[in-house]
Design a protein around this ligand. Structure first.
Ligand SMILES: Cc1cc2nc3c(=O)[nH]c(=O)nc-3n(C[C@H](O)[C@H](O)[C@H](O)COP(=O)(O)O)c2cc1C
Length: 358
């Protein structure tokens, strides 16, 4: 077995991606019990809820699991931009007989400044903690490492990978442009080379002496096998788990993912204020006509998006949801998470067998 998987304490090279607001403790525990690494995303909840979610995973498994936090720079408020964004969204709210909120707030605190969440992680000591959108300060990394926690961080290019390796993080999640959900770019305003999973994984594997986990567009055992052939120690799958019964995706999101609209995904910053890949819907269409500078900072813009989605949903519309999904979305399967992991395992065995001579 790969030494990194041994270090993680998992049997299979399969990580269920942390998905804030979509993955659940039930999902994480089911995946870990099936031999993969389950994850919970706690970026959108406070320290107290993080503690409760960790306990909920532990009620269901004694295997290792991952807890994921967001390390974005705290939002920069801009009252003029926020007011004009709300005015821009006004007609969309009006379709549902609703009005935009009077003002927007920074709905999630970044892990960079969240001492209470850090204290919970240090006290609870999940086997793994992962960072998205950058890295926390060195002292925070050291305190987590001293607690015996294995650390992962997302890179979307070589420069970010180098920063992660230099910080002594245990493994790098190579997130290709195909990936569903938020792009883990450290600086959302920097130019983006939009590297795909295959090129990025190879680049990080060959240039950095740190284990690499491939993420983006991997939906089945053949995809996991391909990631391993590229030199990755494991694959991280998000979209593949969204339609599982353990996910908290709503009915509209599930229907869109399992229907023809899954064939079209769009990278948009209009929903949250940071680029994220979403099923094509009313919100991504609206975003296509909007200049990047018009959208409030992350996660202030997300406050408006959530209000619009709630207004539409109350009137039976699902077109404004943050329906995050990767380019492999049409390959999503609706089955219990443990069954999906077992299926991935048998597909991996088949993929190897098909390619071995004799
Ligand atoms: C619904 C959804 C939510 C996500 N939320 C998070 C998150 O909270 N933290 C994180 O590090 N990555 C998040 N991601 C990105 C995943 O970690 C991973 O990079 C991505 O799912 C891989 O691409 P795939 O969706 O094609 O498998 C999310 C992805 C999806 C689909």
């Amino acid at each position: 077995m790969d030494p990194f998987l041994r270090k993680l304490g998992i049997e299979l090279p399969i990580i269920q991606a942390p998905m804030a607001g979509v993955s659940t403790p039930e999902m994480a525990a089911a995946v870990s019990n099936a031999g993969g690494l389950g994850s919970i995303g706690v970026a959108a909840v406070d320290a107290e809820t993080t503690k409760r979610m960790i306990a909920a995973v532990r009620d269901r498994t004694d295997r290792p699991f991952n807890v994921n936090v967001f390390c974005h720079r705290p939002a920069v408020a801009n009252a003029v931009r926020e007011a004009s964004w709300l005015a821009r969204l006004g007609p969309e709210f009006a379709r549902y007989g609703a009005k935009p909120p009077a003002r927007l707030t920074e709905i999630y605190q970044s892990f960079l400044t969240d001492d209470a969440k850090l204290a919970v992680l240090v006290a609870e000591r999940p086997a793994v903690v992962s960072f998205h959108f950058g890295l926390p300060a060195r002292e925070r990394i050291e305190v987590l490492r001293a607690a015996g926690i294995v650390l992962l961080a997302t890179a979307t290019n070589l420069e970010e990978g180098k920063a992660i390796a230099a910080a002594g993080i245990d493994a790098i999640v190579a997130q290709g442009y195909e990936a569903g959900g938020h792009r883990g770019v450290f600086d959302p305003d920097a130019p983006d080379d939009r590297l795909g999973t295959m090129a990025l994984t190879r680049l990080l594997v060959t240039r950095l002496g740190v284990p690499v986990i491939a993420a983006g567009g991997i939906m089945d055992g053949a995809g996991v096998t391909a990631a391993l052939a590229l030199g990755a120690v494991a694959a991280q799958l998000g979209t593949a788990f969204v339609a599982c019964p353990e996910s908290s995706a709503d009915a509209g999101y599930r229907a869109a993912l399992l229907g023809p609209s899954a064939e079209h995904t769009v990278m948009t910053a209009a929903i949250s204020g940071r680029p994220a890949r979403c099923l094509a819907n009313r919100f991504t269409a609206l975003g296509a006509g909007v200049a990047r500078g018009a959208v409030p900072d992350y996660p202030i813009a997300y406050d408006a998006a959530k209000a619009l989605h709630a207004a539409a949903k109350a009137a039976g519309g699902f077109g404004y949801g943050a329906q995050w999904a990767g380019q492999g979305a049409p390959l999503a399967r609706a089955m219990p998470a443990a069954e999906l992991v077992a299926r991935l395992r048998s597909e991996m065995e088949q993929a190897w067998a098909d390619r071995l001579p004799g």
